[in-house]
Design a protein around this ligand. Structure first.
Ligand code: NAD
Length: 487
């Protein structure tokens, strides 16, 4: 079986409620499990980007959206979640086709996650209030208040690893706040973005509130982030692209949030429950074949447990069956592209050439497609390239430590600061490490729990600003003070 029978959305932009096929050139889109193209997307030029931003700007100003009651926005967000649930088999298959992620995971992670984000943010339009107050130094009678207003047109730019959920990290709060959106998904994974735009229109979002432009970063992405009518950029992707976007946002002083790369540390303490720590530390790195921004890719293990942990990790890795997205036996799918596979292989080959050893033999990988078997590297020196560079593949760099503060110091010795994991049964170590680790999120005795109610984002070169939680609204709302003299 494969995904040939799945009804795919037309591969064209969605602008102001219309399908637009124009563009400058085209890019092939492939199934990473077979490495075979299934179609091509048009690359939106400045003209299509301009049309999409104009549609979003017009929708932002139109009474149909601007004057919609908060309760009606809430209802629309719930209706979109309802529509995704009703369409779940198809949406899950589309996400599996594009990402190569096993269908059992897109069914249980991506689709329920998308709905969780929409339903959580559906609760917010009725709670986004300003406040009234008195001026501190004014001597005239007055009435003063603070308004929170939607920033305007949002450019949402997303990567290929979790296309639907990461687009909803942005779209759900943006729509809850009353903004309008132009979404540019990664060129490798257009399908669920297009289906989402179709469903939004069907459930009653006014045309132009959610637009999708397809294309690459160099032309489509760059045209979008420099467009003068885009008020805010919500970006998830690599640190290098985030830096370029931040630079390009300067002339217009756009509002920017950046969710970028990571090299997240995991620490297994001497007292950790190994029956829990070993499989969780393994999956913190290997889940989705390591293509997770906050994957725990550097593992520091107390020397007293070091060999036992290495052996346990190799056993877990050996049970993870690599296979195509349509097979319910598959635990891990392929990497997204040949380019990504070559990048991962290059990093591992250079580590091996420098004398770093693998902890055990690697499992089998299917012949076709961009598969890469989980790889565990042992005794990795902290200064090694493989301990410092983001891999975005299933490669775990393991190092021993003697003292928990030494492990925290090694964990913090990184330009990134997205997430960190700690396994310990000692509450004092849990709080001590949580306070000291330089990371936007610290997980203790658990892993990879992103949630719409809690802020998510990075310190250092892992990003600027926070998505999710109440904190996300600082990115989508302007704050306006109104002072009215009453004399
Ligand atoms: P990427 O930066 O190459 O691309 C991300 C998106 O940006 C794509 O849609 C791409 O077309 C677009 N883009 C590229 N250049 C652009 C430009 N100059 N202007 C505007 N848009 C541009 O990243 P990727 O390879 O698709 O994704 C992998 C990276 O994403 C990894 O570094 C990973 O850590 C990061 N990521 C971060 C998070 C997070 O929340 N922190 C989540 C997932 C992935």
């Amino acid at each position: 079986m494969s995904w040939e029978q799945i009804e795919r959305p037309v591969l064209g932009h969605r602008i102001g409620g219309h399908v637009v096929m124009r563009g400058e050139g085209a890019l092939a889109v492939e199934d990473p499990c077979s490495a075979r193209p299934y179609g091509e997307i048009p690359i939106a030029s400045a003209a299509e980007v301009d049309a999409a931003v104009a549609a979003a700007k017009a929708a932002f100003r139109a009474p149909a959206w601007r004057q919609l009651a908060p309760l009606a926005r809430e209802r629309l967000l719930h209706k979109l979640a309802d529509a995704i649930e009703a369409d779940a088999p198809r949406m899950a298959a589309l996400e599996a086709l594009d990402t190569g992620r096993p269908i059992a995971l897109t069914e249980t992670v991506d689709i329920p996650g998308a709905c969780a984000w929409l339903r959580t943010y559906a609760g917010w339009p009725t709670k986004l209030h300003g406040r009234a107050g008195s001026l501190a130094a004014a001597t005239i009678p007055h009435h003063a208040y603070v308004r929170r207003e939607p920033v305007g047109v949002v450019a949402a730019i997303t990567p290929w690893n979790f296309p639907l959920i990461l687009s909803l990290f942005k779209i759900a709060p943006a729509l809850a706040a009353g903004c309008t959106v132009v979404l540019k998904p990664a060129p490798e994974t257009p399908l669920t973005a297009l289906r989402l735009a179709e469903l939004a229109l069907q459930v009653g979002f006014p045309p132009g509130v959610l637009n999708v432009v397809l294309g690459d970063g160099a032309s489509t992405g760059a045209a979008l982030v420099t467009h003068p009518d885009v008020a805010k950029i919500a970006f998830t992707g690599s640190t290098a692209t985030g830096q370029a976007i931040l630079r390009s946002s300067v002339p217009e002083l756009k509002r920017v949030t950046l969710e970028l790369g990571g090299k997240s540390p995991s620490i297994i303490c001497a007292d950790a429950d190994l029956a829990r720590a070993i499989p969780e530390a393994a999956m913190a790195c290997f889940f989705n074949s390591g293509q997770v921004c906050y994957a725990g890719t550097r593992l520091y293990v107390h020397r007293s447990q070091y060999e036992a942990v290495l052996q346990g990790l190799a056993e877990v890795a050996g049970t993870l069956k690599l296979g195509p997205s349509w097979s319910r036996d598959s635990a891990l799918g392929p990497l997204i592209s040949a380019r990504q596979r070559d990048k991962v292989d290059g990093l591992v080959s250079r580590a091996r050439a420098s004398g770093i050893a693998e902890a055990g033999p690697r499992g089998a990988a299917p012949e076709h497609g961009h598969y890469y078997a989980p790889t565990i590297l042992r005794d990795v020196p902290p200064e090694a390239e493989i301990a410092r560079e983001e891999v975005f593949g299933p490669v775990l760099a393991v190092t021993a430590f003697d003292d928990v503060d030494e492990a925290i110091a090694m964990a913090n010795d990184s330009v990134y600061g997205l997430a960190a994991h700690v396994w310990t049964r000692d509450l004092r170590i849990a709080h001590h490490a949580s306070a000291r680790l330089e990371a936007g999120t610290v997980f203790v005795n658990c892993m990879l729990l992103a949630d719409p109610s809690f802020p998510f984002g990075g310190m250092k070169k892992s990003g600027i600003g926070r998505e999710n939680g109440a904190e996300v609204f600082d990115a989508y709302l302007e704050t306006k003070s109104v002072v009215i003299a009453l004399n």
